[in-house]
Design a protein around this ligand. Structure first.
Ligand SMILES: *Cc1c(COP(=O)(O)O)cnc(C)c1O
Length: 355
């Protein structure tokens, strides 16, 4: 299919932000992609327009019943000026798996990728080039029918917005402190834990605030049934290196199938490490920590790529990991992934796509 989305350019281009002080998700580019879905007609009228407010009735479904989904990926500019996306086909696939769970209509996967490329191309001058910066891409779908009855909407908007972002950690890969959450839960079997939806995030804010109040940056989530097995770190996937073996939770419906997670597993297997996708109890993590066998803990996700963990707090117990310093494997994975994403290293996995 050849998509040709009409472009309406802004009359008032904004000043580009200072690349030295970029934060995450605070500044948006000049344009956005927007497409409608109408029952009986399908997805239609995809176009690129100036970035700006949406006019929605107060009765709009998404405001009341949260029928929506989102995605996240990044574009990087290489030293030769090429624009690279990292595995956008995976975001397109995950969109449809989320949509299926949320009763949102399926979206052609090629259309998803072409829409992302088209809007990134229009705003490519916004991609910052300083080390550690990138253009964060936020595709999302909202149910925008004005209707207060409870059923799936008959009208949707698919929108893609862009924001130039700085390095996730200003001072390099600084290890974080995690609070093991044993009161609130993120996901349960049969729920929406595997889907990328705002409702999961709203329900997790309370635990995040609790972690902050105890001096921790993030939450380490346990499973929602037994509060026993480690699942995710905040809004990232979790990896544990214990006695040389790397363990991450299996994708069983309560774990978000991270694209970074998938890429880390592929690299580790290629490098010959033992990687297991299996349930791991928090007791085993603390036992390994106390006997000196907990080598590394790290989180994976698009925003930070790899985020090392330096300390875990669980009830009244605290353990330091790798003396609170970044582990060798975390650093190696970060360097490899970031190198591929930015075109500094050869993409032997075939993961990048040029815009
Ligand atoms: C997006 C997300 C991740 C990470 O997924 P990536 O595709 O690697 O960015 C992990 N956990 C949750 C809950 C998420 O929403």
């Amino acid at each position: 299919m050849n998509y040709n989305f009409p472009v309406t350019k802004t009359d008032n281009p904004k000043a580009k932000p200072n690349p030295d002080t970029l934060k995450f998700g605070a500044v948006f580019t000049d344009h956005m992609f927007i497409m409608e879905y109408t029952e009986g007609k399908g997805w239609h009228d995809g176009k690129i327009v100036p970035y700006g407010p949406l006019a929605l009735e107060p009765a709009t479904v998404v405001f009341h019943y949260a029928q929506e989904m989102f995605e996240g990926l990044k574009a990087y500019k290489t030293s030769e000026g090429k624009v690279l996306l990292f595995r956008p086909d995976m975001n397109a696939k995950r969109t449809n798996s989320t949509n299926e769970r949320m009763c949102i209509p399926q979206l052609d996967e090629e259309l998803f990728v072409e829409a992302v490329k088209a809007v990134v191309n229009v705003d490519k001058d916004w991609i910052p080039e300083k080390e550690g910066t990138s253009l964060y891409i936020r595709p999302f779908i909202i149910a925008d029918e004005p209707f207060l009855g409870v059923r799936a909407s008959n009208h949707y908007l698919f929108i893609v917005i862009l924001c130039p972002v700085g390095p996730y950690y200003a001072g390099g890969l600084t290890p974080t402190k995690l609070l093991v959450e044993d009161e609130y839960v993120r996901a349960v079997p049969g729920g929406t834990g595997f889907a990328k939806v705002g409702g999961n995030y709203a329900a997790a804010l309370k635990a995040q605030e609790k972690a902050h109040s105890k001096g921790c940056e993030q939450v380490l989530w346990l499973d929602g049934v037994e509060r026993k097995y480690v699942e995710e770190i905040g809004t990232s996937n979790a990896f544990f290196k214990i006695d040389g073996e790397i363990v991450t939770a299996p994708l069983g419906g309560t774990i978000l199938p991270g694209i970074t997670r998938n890429s880390v597993i592929a690299l580790l297997e290629k490098w010959g490490y033992k990687v297991s996708q299996k349930r791991l109890s928090i007791d085993d993590v603390f036992a390994a920590g106390k006997s000196g066998k907990l080598n590394e803990v790290f989180a994976t996700g698009t925003a930070a790529v790899i985020s090392p963990v330096g300390e875990l707090t669980w009830k009244d117990q605290k353990i330091a990991i790798n003396n609170g310093e970044i582990g060798e494997l975390s650093q190696k994975l970060y360097d490899e992934l970031y190198g591929i994403q930015t075109g500094k290293l050869e993409d032997t996995m075939g993961w990048t796509t040029e815009v």
